[in-house]
Ligand binder design. Structure first.
Ligand code: G3P
Length: 279
């Protein structure tokens, strides 16, 4: 072998190894061989979303994962809350990012749902991990903070400290957030979320990019169809669907289509539909 072919051979091998290293492995997703029930914001049709009451119910009902939206407080603490303000889900007012954890902890996070939940507080991610440990799995949505990737390394540090890393999938609408996680720890399974309104948005360029860091996609159940799911699976991407409306009708549709899991607000119903497909 001459010198040039040796150099070329080594370069090709190097490129293959880099490709293998940078592509996430869907097999690292816990429970990927069954249809996963992801308790959307906890058991959110039964108790106030993102409170320990909602997570308790989800864990008791045997969810595969509790789904958690993360936001960062003024003093850089990671808390579970969906909106960028506390207005809808607490008795307070203001942007999450303009309030300290102490200020947010004073708020009632349950009465808006039912007065009997008035003692519920907005939980930190540490409190959630401490409470459930390895009794459940965690499907955590990261977001940009002040348009920057500020929460990723903090979250990973907490996951490691609480020895919970193998129980977590991270999802995000932000590709930069997911790429940051992938750079920090390429072993964490990642799911790229999108709000596409048409299957035509799933171009081969996008699928190729997602494959570089993601184990799958999270998408609107409304537009999911057989060909798209087949295409994503062929590209080694798992498919999870969420619902903006018509959840019960669409649950039957997407489970029938062969998605890998659903972000459900109705855990009992999701379990029945999934069980019926096994008969
Ligand atoms: O988290 C997955 C999906 O439910 C996204 O919607 O608005 O609940 O974060 P959202």
């Amino acid at each position: 072998m001459n010198k040039l072919s040796k150099i070329l051979g080594a370069s090709v091998l190097g490129m293959i190894l880099i490709a293998c290293e940078s592509t996430t492995d869907v097999n690292s997703v816990k429970g990927k061989d069954k249809k996963l029930i992801l308790a959307h914001r906890g058991a959110s049709s039964m108790a106030p979303e993102h409170t320990l009451a909602a997570y308790n119910k989800a864990v008791d009902l045997g969810t595969d994962y509790i789904e958690i939206d993360l936001r960062m407080t003024k003093d850089d603490r990671l808390i579970a809350i969906h909106d960028n303000t506390v207005n809808r889900t607490t008795n307070g007012k203001g942007d999450v990012r303009s309030l300290t954890l102490k200020e947010i902890k004073e708020l009632d996070a349950g009465s808006w749902f039912d007065k009997k939940y008035s003692k519920e507080r907005v939980p930190t991610i540490e409190e959630i991990f401490d409470k459930y440990g390895d009794k459940t799995n965690y499907y955590i949505e990261t977001r940009l903070v002040d348009h920057k990737t500020l929460m990723e390394s903090k979250l990973i540090d907490i996951m490691k400290k609480k020895k919970i890393k193998s129980k977590v999938i991270i999802e995000s609408f932000s590709a930069s957030s997911l790429k940051k996680v992938h750079k920090l720890d390429s072993k964490i399974p990642l799911i790229q979320l999108n709000t596409y309104k048409s299957t035509e948005n799933f171009t081969s360029e996008k699928i190729k990019k997602w494959r570089e860091y993601s184990s799958g996609v999270g998408m609107n159940a409304e537009i999911a169809d057989k060909n798209l799911i087949k295409l994503l699976h062929k590209n080694n991407l798992l498919v999870y669907t969420f619902f903006f409306n018509n959840e019960k009708k669409l649950t039957k549709k997407v489970i029938g289509l062969g998605v890998d899991g659903i972000f459900t607000n109705y855990l009992d119903y999701a379990k029945i539909v999934i069980a019926s497909t096994k008969k």
